[in-house]
Design a protein around this ligand. Structure first.
Ligand SMILES: C[S@@+](CC[C@H](N)C(=O)[O-])C[C@H]1O[C@@H](n2cnc3c(N)ncnc32)[C@H](O)[C@@H]1O
Length: 601
């Protein structure tokens, strides 16, 4: 257990009186609609120092409850809170409340089976906002027959925003009153749960921690930590996303056998920064489920997930995180399947639907044991200084003359599988857009020293959905970072190496090894090491030879784009046979679906 951090002075979130007014107005509306004495609202406002909001809203007619008929009593208060705040303000705190269906679904996965014998499991949302998750937990506990008197004190929430805490106290207070309970029973406090001290209410640990912590990446200025906040975290975590720190802290705050469901960016599953949390989960908890959100769940562009975790009871359960786990999808948290857990990046690949590779090299990545591409060819990625050197010298080649005496420069955007798009599509290099980007090669300062690079090679685009490569069989092109080049050790192996790189299985391997590493969804970030590790075919050398011949024929003939695509798919089929995967139509069609659309010149 990480030692409790000392309390720090959080950059104060100042209560906005206009937003507080809107929250109180919504609460008055809820109280009147459900027949709870508005004095309950008054007491909570007075308790938290929001009397002014009460005075200004007291004489208003009840507002329309826009939370919907099936929402728990009080839900409309959170809705009003979100509406009253500008998007910009909400971004600063990462305050985007969870839709009801999703909050209910995640609560159902952790609240009804906390594994504790306590009268009512103590449920904490460390960044509770208006208390949406806690309302769902209250509902769930009531359905499970827990008496209302016990439910109230078992609801615990923190937030740095005083108006959010006001909203949470009003929501839960009115829900409890409407069900015959005590509005003041829940423990809801203004507290920095990410950088602040361990709360005294922790006791021997909460039974359930559920919620949606803010996704405050440390690369954006508006959400960057203060010096005091950084000091409060261990040195390695100063730049970690707030959501992953919240998850790590939850591992400290949950009791043995207790459960956690916290929404996280999907980068948790594969990002280097989140390795600390993943290792802690592996060491201290059992991962038994994974919820995966689609893009429609939040309006933000971040892909989200929630690992469903149970903290181990050390004396009883020392199994490691292997075996199957259940996956859930979408806003409705529906079961979508079972996957075998072998590693976190593989888990991400599984949920993204990347085909599984049993038997290739004995490992699911296909990288274990068999001979790899580096036995045939040498992959290399250039460094940033090459990029700057090239960018400084790039100019436009003259149309008509292929490169006007200059050497063509290829970026990833100019590479489709077996389709060089130089002169067809424009490319941005060094802040300028070029139709025929090219350089003069030589030793003068305004020329590029590239003689060693002008050899027959394969150029591979980066950050694409499938491995896209072109063959420079005459050694007349240059690649710009982050294009990866592959130079055969023996000239005759150029086409064999190209066939391996273009094989569907190589795209599968890249996605399994590099899941989650790319900038955009569904793409993969290639490295020279990953390309060097691509397995060579072991089953049919004949099919591999045929594929290599077809690659060469395609490159040397002047085919239209549609025909190139057809030949490429034929190469894919032959390589499936070469790897002994001829019956894996699922893999072939997954790969075909990822091929870029045909570009016509
Ligand atoms: C994504 S919202 C989620 C709120 C609520 N759990 C829900 O899902 O509806 C994140 C909440 O975290 C709060 N927050 C941001 N930083 C925090 C911190 N350091 N400690 C506690 N709460 C924080 C924000 O004010 C916001 O209400």
């Amino acid at each position: 257990m990480v030692p409790p951090t000392p309390d720090i002075v959080t950059d104060a979130v100042v209560a906005d009186p206009v937003v507080a007014d809107a929250v109180v107005e919504a609460a008055m509306g809820v109280a009147r609609t459900v027949g709870v004495d508005v004095a309950v609202v008054a007491t909570i406002c007075a308790d938290l120092g929001f009397e002014q909001a009460l005075v200004s809203r007291a004489d208003l007619a009840p507002s329309v409850d826009d939370a919907g008929a099936t929402a728990p009593i009080g839900w409309a208060i959170g809705v009003a809170h979100q509406k009253a705040e500008s998007r910009e303000t909400r971004r600063t705190r990462g305050a985007f409340y969870t839709p009801l269906e999703l909050a209910r679904g995640l609560v159902a996965l952790v609240v009804d089976a906390s594994g504790r014998q306590t009268p009512s499991p103590r449920v904490c949302d460390p960044t509770c906002g208006a208390g949406g998750f806690l309302l769902c937990a209250a509902e769930q506990l009531l359905e499970h027959g827990v008496p209302v008197d016990e439910i109230g004190p078992s609801l615990i929430g923190f937030d740095i925003d005083p108006v959010a805490i006001l909203a949470a106290r009003l929501s839960l207070g009115l829900w409890l009153e409407a069900h015959g309970g005590d509005a003041s029973a829940p423990l809801l406090e203004v507290h920095d749960a990410i950088h602040g001290s361990t709360p005294p209410s922790l006791g021997s640990g909460f039974d359930v921690i559920v919620g949606n912590p803010p996704f405050l990446g440390q690369l954006r200025r508006r959400s960057v930590r203060s010096a005091a906040q950084k000091d409060a975290l261990s040195s390695s975590r100063g730049y970690a996303d707030a959501a992953s720190v919240a998850l790590e802290r939850s591992l400290d705050w949950v009791g043995e056998g207790g459960r956690i469901a916290l929404i996280q960016p999907q980068s948790l599953l594969a990002a280097r920064d989140a390795k600390v949390v993943r290792s802690r989960i592996d060491a201290e908890a059992r991962l038994f489920g994974l919820w995966v959100g689609d893009r429609t769940v939040f309006d933000a562009s971040v892909r989200v997930c929630a690992p469903i975790i149970e903290k181990r009871r050390f004396s009883l359960d020392l199994r490691s995180n292997t075996g199957s786990l259940t996956t859930f999808r979408g806003a409705a948290v529906e079961v979508s399947g079972e996957v075998e857990f072998t590693s976190w990046p593989e888990l991400l690949a599984d949920i993204e639907g990347v085909p599984i590779l049993p038997g290739v090299g004995g490992a699911r990545t296909g990288l274990g044991g068999v001979e790899s591409l580096s036995a045939l060819a040498t992959p290399a990625a250039d460094f940033r200084d090459w990029f700057y050197q090239l960018a400084a010298c790039v100019g436009e080649a003259v149309a008509g003359d292929p490169a006007g005496g200059r050497v063509p420069v290829f970026t990833s955007g100019l590479i489709d599988p077996l389709a060089p798009l130089w002169g067809v599509r424009s490319a941005r290099i060094g802040g300028n857009r070029w139709v025929r980007p090219s350089v003069v090669v030589g030793l003068d300062p305004d020329e590029v020293d590239a003689s060693e690079r002008l050899v027959p090679k394969i150029l591979i685009a980066n950050q694409t959905r499938c491995i896209e490569a072109v063959v420079d069989f005459e050694g007349k092109w240059l690649a710009n970072t982050p294009v990866i080049t592959v130079v055969p050790q023996r000239p005759g192996d150029l086409w064999l190496a190209a066939a391996v790189i273009l094989a569907p299985v190589s795209t599968v391997v890249a996605h399994r090894v590099g899941a989650g590493s790319a900038l955009s969804s569904g793409a993969v970030r290639l490295t020279a090491k990953m390309i060097g590790g691509l397995p060579l075919p072991q089953i049919s050398v004949g099919a591999w030879d045929q594929a290599a011949e077809l690659v060469e024929e395609t490159v040397r003939s002047d085919l239209d784009s549609q025909r190139v695509r057809e030949q490429l798919i034929q190469v894919g089929r032959l390589m499936q046979t070469a790897y002994g995967l001829g019956d894996r139509d699922d893999m072939l069609s997954w790969w075909v679906e990822r091929l870029p659309r045909v570009v016509t010149s």
